[in-house]
Design a protein around this ligand. Structure first.
Ligand code: SF4
Length: 161
């Protein structure tokens, strides 16, 4: 055990140094979060490409948690929703209800082109619209799918770290 502690002490921190803080204004509702944001993810009709990249953003390489962003299971424990995909007819009401369940002040992040403007699914018969057609969106992250770096950058705008 002592050997392990010595090794940890000798090795020190191995994480890459953080990239500079993203530019741009922090949403007003994020000001009171104190550098930490609890996030509930809602897949409103995604192809799952955005989910793969969100998984990477919270993985050990990009590590969004070190900037204070954390995924939670319940909207009642969340400060923000991360919405992916175009909002399908079946998901419009669940998305609305999930938004209502988040205690205020709350934020919504639209991740990916589909959540921003329906992307490649624009005009499809099963699509109600973009995320902003159903709930108010504070931050948009472009890309199909967005790179994990872009997702982490967008979440850092909420945490301010
Ligand atoms: S933005 Fe691209 S990767 Fe994300 S859900 Fe739409 S089609 Fe899939």
């Amino acid at each position: 055990m002592l050997g392990l502690w010595r090794k940890i002490r000798r090795t020190g921190r191995v994480a890459q140094s953080a990239p500079p803080r993203p530019e741009g204004d922090r949403p007003v509702a994020a000001m009171g979060l104190g550098g930490s944001v609890q996030i509930r993810h809602v897949d409103a009709g995604s192809c799952n490409g955005c989910e793969v990249e969100i998984g990477s953003a919270f993985g050990p390489v990009y590590d969004a948690e070190r900037y204070g962003a954390r995924l939670v299971a319940s909207p009642r424990h969340a400060d923000a929703l991360v919405v992916t995909g175009p909002v399908t007819r079946n998901m419009a009401e669940p998305l609305r209800r999930t938004f209502d369940a988040v205690p205020g002040p709350k934020l919504v992040v639209a991740v990916g082109d589909c959540a921003r403007n329906c992307g490649v699914f624009a005009g499809a018969y099963g699509v109600t619209g973009a995320a902003s057609d159903v709930v108010p969106v504070d931050v948009e992250i472009a890309g199909c799918p967005p790179r994990p770096e872009a997702i982490v950058e967008g979440l850092r705008k909420l945490t301010g770290r």
